[in-house]
Design a protein around this ligand. Structure first.
Ligand code: AQP
Length: 329
């Protein structure tokens, strides 16, 4: 059977890159009938220092935005990663199958560790990601292009596991988008991706931003000095990023977005883009605010989700433990 597994880290407020690149894709897969396991990756968040109360608040907020975006927690499974111990248990065994050299070679690690004395958790991050999907015997993982190397590591860990302990896991296949949604750029420096942790809040549009703030951030977005609008991500990353955002927000093809931009200056086009974003994000924001006003309901939903996730993951881990000569948990 097919199973799609995905996650978001509660490392900050979600931005439109997370929304179009991850959340909305999950919602659409789920609406097409794909069985979706989706969680808030609070264990992953600890690879950077976290304030405990803030982490808890962000985790709940992230869950609220996932639900507000249309994730169906009854059809799928939605929970906090740390509530399902099998992730960390499987991670340990997989870590024993991975080599330090292989992990230290991954570009994301090299970027984030930047030659410093990084926490061990940062090195193990992609191994925990492998455990996250294998513990549900995932067949498909929605990823962005920058995650492909981590999925290759997962495939390698599956091969090593099978070699030592016999066949057990499907090799999860990547689901890559073809609408540019996996590469939304920073509004202040279009050579970088939009990111939760960028020090400049104007570099990203948050799902919690109101219409005025969305308009202001788009108006201040860095473009270039060519007056008309065109789509050329290599030569004109800033303007092209606006076209991508417009097409995603208005659910149009980039060509259709460009058609609307014809004859407009960049400044005029920015108003069109901002309108489209306001229209797409307003209902999500309003639903999230309504959910966040009911924390007890959210906690209950997540508790229920975690119980269902454990019912899926525990038997898989029990089989892993049996194969590896470990106690069943
Ligand atoms: N700029 C982006 N464009 C499209 N998709 C993006 N994603 C992240 N940034 C963009 C996707 O959102 C999901 C969230 O994954 P994560 O919570 O693990 O965060 P991340 O990938 O590390 O990226 P962030 O949001 O910028 O967080 P920080 O700053 O903490 O690293 C993933 O599916 C990712 O592809």
């Amino acid at each position: 059977p097919r199973r799609v597994v995905s996650a978001l880290q509660p490392t900050g407020a979600l931005h439109v890159g997370n929304y179009f690149g991850a959340v909305r894709r999950c919602v659409r897969l789920q609406r097409r009938g794909e069985p979706l396991v989706l969680f808030v990756a609070d264990l992953h968040a600890h690879t950077a220092p976290q304030d405990p109360a803030e982490l808890q608040r962000r985790s709940l907020e992230t869950a609220a935005y996932l639900l507000a975006s249309g994730v169906d927690a009854e059809r799928g499974v939605l929970f906090l990663q740390s509530a399902v111990p099998a992730h960390a248990r499987l991670c340990w065994l997989l870590a024993c199958l991975a080599t330090q050299a292989r992990l230290a070679h991954l570009p994301q690690y090299r970027e984030r560790a930047a030659g410093g004395d990084a926490p061990l958790g940062l090195l193990l991050y992609p191994v925990l990601q492998a455990a996250d999907v294998l513990v549900y015997r995932a067949t498909h993982v929605p990823v962005g292009a920058d995650q492909l190397q981590h999925l290759q590591l997962t495939a390698q860990l599956v091969r090593t596991f099978h070699h030592r302990f016999g066949r057990l896991f499907p090799t999860p296949a990547p689901l890559l988008p073809d609408d540019g949604s996996d590469r939304i750029r920073s509004l202040r420096d279009p050579s970088k991706k939009m990111s939760k942790s960028d020090s400049d809040p104007k570099s990203r549009i948050l799902l919690s931003d109101g219409d005025d703030l969305i308009r202001l951030k788009i108006q201040k977005a860095v473009t270039d000095f060519t007056p008309e609008v065109s789509f050329d991500p290599a030569a004109r990353p800033g303007v092209s990023n606006l076209v991508t955002l417009h097409s995603l927000a208005a659910d149009k093809l980039p060509e259709e977005a460009l058609e609307e931009a014809r004859g407009l200056s960049t400044a005029q086009y920015k108003r069109v883009v901002a309108d489209a974003l306001c229209g797409a994000l307003r209902p999500v924001r309003e639903r999230a605010q309504a959910l966040l006003a009911r924390p007890a309901l959210l906690h209950e939903l997540l508790r229920h989700g975690a119980a269902r996730a454990r019912a899926l993951a525990d038997p898989v881990y029990a089989e892993v433990a049996a194969r590896a000569g470990l106690a069943p948990a």
